[in-house]
Write a protein that binds this ligand. Sequence first.
Ligand code: SAH
Length: 224
Amino acid sequence: MPRKMKIAEDNYRHKGMRQQLVNQLRSAGFSDERVLSAINEVPRHVFLDSSFVEFAYTDQPFAIGAGQTISQPSTVAFQTTLLNVERGMKVLEIGTGSGYQACVLAALGAKVFSIERQRNLYFRTKEILEQLPYRVKTFLGDGYEGLDTYKPFDRVIITAGAPFIPPKLIDQMKPNGIMVIPMDNANGDGQIMLRITKNADGSLSREEFGDFKFVPMLTGTASD
Ligand code: SAH
């Protein structure tokens, strides 16, 4: 059996840096205290390579291998705030990546189901998540398909740039459910953050929340 990679400890220095990051987010205008306290709780450095601990608590995206990135803390705060998660809700995440966003949602009391298409990333992250106390179930698969077995979801969060609103994910949402999705803009140079509400009669409402840059939401699974 190969030896398991052990996650880094969470010491006073890390906790101090995390508190500073939260203060920085608060000064930047983030005001949902539940979201801020979830960010204050989840050790972001354990999701990065140990040589990058210094960067874990700056407001930057970071490479996590397989050409993918861990979203920057302010983007995690932004999407999490829009999602408006309540304790006990079932949340579907597309793009597990490092697993950090999933843990922030779990710290809010959500039951998180997260899909990743990159095989290596899926296994690496699964190993990290097993050593953390958060309720996150991970799946290797294509996010466009969602998780038919575990539907319906109260919330859906997409953490990759999507070319369109995936219809199956809308189908798998409860009435009054909310989806937060960065959708490709018409210029092809980034995404616009959308919040889609599935009304009780099945119709969709759409709100727009500014420009972002995500890695693309691709189809199928991959091994590279
Ligand atoms: N939520 C992540 C950010 C991940 S970046 C975090 O907190 O770290 C986006 C991720 O989406 C990448 O890992 C990418 O491989 C994945 N992805 C892209 N298209 C996908 C798809 N169709 N299904 C599932 N995952 C996908």
